[in-house]
Design a protein around this ligand. Structure first.
Ligand SMILES: Cc1ncc(COP(=O)(O)O)c(C=O)c1O
Length: 433
């Protein structure tokens, strides 16, 4: 008896050789970063903070950007290409006529999609002679990915980690340290911005916006250090398109094509990386796909205002045109804390403004989301990261809608990470003894 096909795998030779840059295909020009009316030029300061090659890629007009051979080797070392799964067991359990597919970014040495841009940024930083990388992290996934990339490329790494999460993820803290990173709970006493906030509240829970300010301030004072951002920026989303480019090839192998694509969204990097190549198909090949970003009501940034706003708390970054809740807004900590960011990537924001992106935000208590993740785990067998559980939840609810309507849709979702180090979060929310 033939085994039903559950996995679509690419060979190493089929690993994409170029990233997709959607900027030239966007229906309207992407609004560029701007300076605020007062104070020093943040735009002029960017070359002192960011890796030169990444900054060049940020506003590149080229549709395709070559992935250097040395970096493709690192991608391969990190386990790429990653399989696309058909969720046959989940489909059966739900009794849905929809065909469900999921991309397995959880097969990552550090646990998430974040390695795709961490390796790229570290690779270029190393080539440009930097010795240290400084960054922020929310869930801890980005910090671990950059620590890993720094270790593989022979760089040092400093991570400012949102305190509300640092406090409960001891295993991930150990993981980052074992990779050789220096890790600080943010706000910390190592930066002016951190000290100011600690004075106001010694137990300040922190936010991604604050941790970004600390990473930037740190890098600004050390010419041997580059600042690396784990989401939001155009070059980060472009590096992540390796996810969607692989997925396109895998759908070809499956003889299928998605009409609905779903992923969770914090700053927009895994969502963008997964969907942008398919958005390109919609914009240039007349394909019809519905794109849904799954968010938390703790930070429903896509329901905010579309305007210029800072990407960090201390106003060190230029202003970016994006959907935002405001850069100093306070948002309640959640277990899927990687989704708790005030703004969404300018590229995804523009596409949302033009009507290409739908969004849903789930309740802050996370029960509904984690119960759906449990269904996924008990059928497909993989434990998603708390952030990825939002993607899973949205896909399951779409599949149930198909069941009610008797619709045979094709739903693709991205499982951006695994939850092996997030059990405490699941236990607390689900009341597991
Ligand atoms: C596993 C995982 N998925 C998703 C996200 C959200 O970030 P982004 O929107 O940049 O993909 C994070 C952020 O930390 C994460 O760790």
């Amino acid at each position: 008896m033939a085994v039903p096909k559950r996995q679509f795998r690419l060979t190493v030779d089929e690993l994409p050789t170029r990233w997709y840059n959607i900027i030239p295909d966007l229906p309207e020009p992407l609004p560029p970063p701007q300076d605020p009316e007062d104070g020093p030029s943040r735009v002029d300061d960017l070359p002192n903070l960011l890796v030169t090659e990444c900054l060049k890629q940020e506003m590149s007009p080229e549709r395709w950007v070559d992935i250097p051979d040395g970096l493709r080797e690192l991608y391969h070392q990190a386990g790429r290409p990653r399989p696309l799964f058909r969720a046959l067991s989940l489909e059966k359990a739900l009794g849905t006529p929809a065909r469900l597919y999921y991309k397995s970014e959880f097969y990552s040495p550090t646990g998430s999609h974040k390695v795709n841009t961490a390796l790229a940024q570290a690779f270029y930083a190393r080539a440009e002679g930097y010795e240290r990388l400084a960054t922020e992290t929310g869930a801890g996934q980005w910090g671990t990915a950059l620590a890993y990339a720094a270790a593989l490329t022979g760089l040092r790494c400093t991570v400012y980690w949102v305190r509300a999460v640092y406090s409960w993820k001891a295993a991930r803290l150990g993981f980052m340290k074992m990779l050789g990173a220096d890790v600080y709970a943010s706000p910390s006493d190592r930066t002016e911005c951190g000290r100011r906030l600690c004075e106001e509240d010694p137990n300040h829970p922190g936010s991604l916006g604050i941790a970004i300010s600390e990473g930037l301030e740190d890098a600004k004072h050390d010419p041997k250090a580059a600042y690396c951002l784990g989401s939001v920026l155009n070059h980060v989303l472009m590096h992540q398109t390796i996810i969607g480019l692989e997925t396109q090839k895998q759908f070809e192998m499956a003889g299928d094509y998605p009409d609905t694509m779903i992923s969770c969204l914090g700053g927009g990097s895994n969502f963008g990386g997964f969907v942008l190549p398919f958005v390109g198909d919609v914009l240039t090949k007349g394909k019809k796909v519905r794109f849904i970003a799954a968010q938390s009501q703790a930070a429903p940034n896509l329901q905010g205002e579309y305007r210029y706003n800072f990407a960090d708390h201390a106003e060190i970054t230029p202003l970016l045109k994006m959907y935002t809740l405001g850069h100093t807004v306070s948002m309640p900590p959640i277990k899927g804390d990687g989704l708790r960011y005030h703004g969404c990537s300018p590229i995804v924001s523009l596409l949302r403004k033009l009507g290409y992106i739908d969004t849903i935000a789930y309740p802050v208590d996370e029960r509904r989301v984690f119960e759906r993740a449990t269904t996924f785990m008990r059928t497909e067998g993989f434990l998603p990261a708390p952030e990825s559980a939002y993607s899973v939840c949205c896909a399951i609810e779409e599949a149930l809608r198909c069941k009610q309507a008797g619709e045979e849709r094709v739903i693709a979702f991205n499982v951006s990470g695994h939850g092996f180090m997030d059990m405490e979060g699941y236990r607390e929310v689900l009341g597991i003894e």
